[in-house]
Design a protein. Structure first.
Length: 55
């Protein structure tokens, strides 16, 4: 699915690389934002992962 989303409506290799980079950057930003929000709200799953209670 991800490959299809990246390749749809692209006409050059540069366009594919640019879209892929943007997608990767968006994922990275989402991970950082989600982690910081969970940390700020002291989410119980985050606490369990940090203590090793979840494998």
């Amino acid at each position: 699915m991800t490959a299809w989303v990246v390749f749809i409506r692209t006409e050059s290799t540069g366009e594919v690389l640019l879209r892929s980079a943007r997608r990767l950057a968006g994922t990275g930003h989402g991970v950082v934002f989600g982690y910081s929000l969970a940390r700020k709200r002291k989410h119980p799953v985050l606490r369990a992962v940090r203590t090793g209670a979840v494998t």
